[in-house]
Structure formats: structure tokens, C-alpha cells
Design a protein around this ligand. Structure first.
Ligand SMILES: [Zn+2]
Length: 127
């Protein structure tokens, strides 16, 4: 992890104040969730967010908000959402999870979920 990445990570943590962002956000599409629950808290997902740092998405503790960059390919957008959800879980539970490990976890979890439809059927639709 570089110093820049470390500073980015620190800014995502609850005890560090986040900078204000200037942005104009288009309306989300119908198929994208605007509110989700993470560790019992409501988290807003803002789609098509300008100024997301790093490039694809970010998690903002102060606003309890996940922001997703515009114009991502569908799969990349979904993987980014999963990544940011794990970032939010990490912050809420104060997990000591280095960013490179989190990145690997989110990418592989996405791969397992997308390449194993019978598994996702079993987990999510077998009630
Ligand atoms: Zn991240």
C-alpha cells in the first residue's frame, strides 16, 4: 500500500473528518437501490456521482453514503458497489482489513457470486 492509498483509507475511517464535495447528481435508475441496510444502519447509494475518489466508487462515513462513478460497465459497477459495501462494514465494525486484502476479497466474492448461479440461487432464493 502506498502512502497515498493509506491516506485515502484513513479518510474513510470514522474518526477522520471528510472534506465536503461539490456535485450534481442525476436521478438513479429504477433498478438501482437508493437505500440499503449495513450493520443495522441505513446507507444511501448515490449513483452517477462526480468527483468520486478513487475513480470508481467511495464510502463516506460522515454521510453514511456510498457513491458510484458514472459510466461504469454494468459488471464493474456491481463489483464496485460490493467493494464499497465491504468498506462500510469494515468501518462500522472497525475491522483491521488492509485495502489490498479488501480489494482481493471483494473481487473474488464478486467472481464466486457471478460464476456460480446455482450457489446464489441456493443462498438467496431457497427460502
Ligand atoms: Zn476501497
Amino acid at each position: 500500500m502506498t502512502v497515498e492509498e493509506l491516506l485515502t483509507e484513513l479518510k474513510k475511517c470514522p474518526d477522520v473528518k471528510r472534506p465536503a464535495w461539490n456535485e450534481t447528481l442525476p436521478k438513479p435508475t429504477r433498478t438501482r437501490p437508493n437505500k440499503i441496510k449495513i450493520v443495522g444502519k441505513t446507507v444511501t447509494i448515490k449513483w452517477n456521482s462526480a468527483g468520486v475518489r478513487p475513480d470508481m466508487g467511495d464510502w463516506r462515513w460522515d454521510e453514511q453514503e456510498i457513491r458510484i462513478a458514472p459510466d461504469l460497465q454494468k459488471g464493474l459497477e456491481c463489483e464496485t458497489v460490493l467493494h464499497e459495501v465491504i468498506e462500510a462494514i469494515k468501518c462500522h465494525l472497525r475491522l483491521k482489513l488492509p485495502h489490498d486484502t479488501l480489494q482481493t476479497l471483494s473481487t473474488i466474492l464478486w467472481q464466486v457470486l457471478t460464476e456460480n448461479p446455482k450457489l446464489t440461487d441456493y443462498i438467496f432464493r431457497n427460502k
